[in-house]
Design a protein around this ligand. Structure first.
Ligand code: SF4
Length: 199
């Protein structure tokens, strides 16, 4: 895994990235929780820390994870569909760079054999991790009981989704308590780690 992450950190495959390559990935060979998101935004690219914003605070509250656990690669992998900020367009940030997932996703996933729970956030992650479900609605998928074991679809925790959350109160009332229970059980047999690898 370390060799792979070294290669990811040095990746310059995509041309024309507005701020240049800065792959933001957190992973280790022992990660048990995988957060499969979209791509870093401009502010995240500049900070170099994923989910260090209002979305991240909400996501950690949803998952019941303190920052020291959330940012511990021995426990949590953060693997967006594109690792670098792809730029912005008229409608917001551009999609994750199409080069990234084919280049890096499979080898990184293969290097994390202990992942027991994958949180799928956004349509690009959905298309990769659950291609057969990509046409189903978020409300359907977020409460679905027919997904492959160990895969959960979440709305993006962005404040921009406040309206969806208000319209779907069952998500916070019923889905999240069960999710927190599942997550709390993921590391009961693992030693503590203070390693931190964000590249
Ligand atoms: S987005 Fe992915 S493939 Fe493109 S330069 Fe960054 S790490 Fe490499």
């Amino acid at each position: 895994m370390e060799q792979l992450l070294t290669k990811v950190r040095a990746c310059t495959l995509c041309k024309g990235l507005p701020l240049g390559p800065r792959p933001l990935v957190q992973a280790s060979a022992t990660s048990r929780l995988l957060i499969a998101g979209q791509a870093p935004g401009r502010a995240t690219h500049i900070k170099g820390i994923p989910f260090d914003d209002a979305s991240g605070r909400r996501l950690r509250a949803w998952l019941g994870l303190a920052p020291d656990v959330f940012y511990d690669p021995a426990k949590v992998a953060i693997l967006p569909m594109g690792f670098c900020f792809p730029g912005s367009g008229a409608g917001g940030d551009l999609p994750p760079r199409a080069e990234c997932a084919p280049q890096w996703r499979r080898p990184l996933l293969d290097a994390m054999p202990d992942v027991a729970l994958t949180l799928v956030i956004g349509r690009y992650a959905l298309a990769w991790h659950l291609p057969a479900a990509r046409k189903r609605s978020l409300a359907d998928l977020a409460q679905a009981v027919d997904l492959p074991q160990g895969v959960v679809v979440l709305p993006h925790p962005s404040p921009r989704n406040n309206r969806w959350l208000a319209q779907n109160p069952w998500f916070e009332a019923r889905v999240l308590p069960k999710l927190r229970e599942t997550i709390a059980s993921l590391w009961v047999d693992l030693p503590q780690s203070d390693g931190r690898t964000i590249c």
